[in-house]
Design a protein around this ligand. Structure first.
Ligand code: INI
Length: 154
């Protein structure tokens, strides 16, 4: 049996974080979680982290694609918050964001971590940004680190 699995050491690896400004109250907490995970778990240096801010979650895929095209990063972490709030706009924004980020990952064989929370209410979003249900930004950063290392081993 040959099991391939990876650790969470990531010093020397380069990470790009794409962050949407929409719902910034929540998104900034997710970004803090992602940065904390990269630094405390992965021992990633500040100089190896690039942050790109875009207007909303809908714009995350195109920025992620541009970063992937540069070929300078070992992984991309997408951070955002799409909150339903009773509008069908939610489905378009969340759907295109999810689909576009997945396309970038597959086209470039590059880990693109999905740190975009999609919730019905602001309260649920806050819960996922470090209150009751962990911090989804931190989880995304950890999965990015693990994927960088596991892809390198396959
Ligand atoms: N963008 C988000 O990141 N979250 C949302 O909840 C959201 N809602 O609900 O509308 C949202 N809309 C903006 C969208 O991402 C684009 O920035 C905008 O449509 C311009 O292209």
């Amino acid at each position: 049996m040959n099991i391939i699995e990876a650790n969470f050491k990531a010093s020397g690896k380069k990470f790009a974080i794409v962050v949407s400004r929409f719902n910034s109250f929540v998104v900034e907490r997710l970004l803090e979680g992602a940065l904390d995970a990269l630094k405390r778990h992965g021992d990633v240096a500040d100089s190896d982290i690039t942050i790109v801010k875009v207007p909303g979650a809908y714009e995350l895929p195109i920025a992620a694609k541009r970063l992937a095209q540069k070929g300078e990063f070992d992984a991309i972490i997408a951070i955002g918050a799409v909150i339903r709030g009773g509008t069908p706009h939610f489905d378009f924004v969340a759907g295109e964001c999810n689909k576009g980020l997945a396309q970038v990952a597959m086209e470039f064989t590059l880990p693109v971590a999905f740190g975009v929370i999609t919730t019905d209410t602001i309260e649920q979003a806050i819960d996922r940004a470090g209150i009751k249900v962990g911090n989804k930004g931190a989880e995304a950063a950890l999965s990015a680190i693990e994927m960088v290392n596991v892809l390198a081993k396959i």
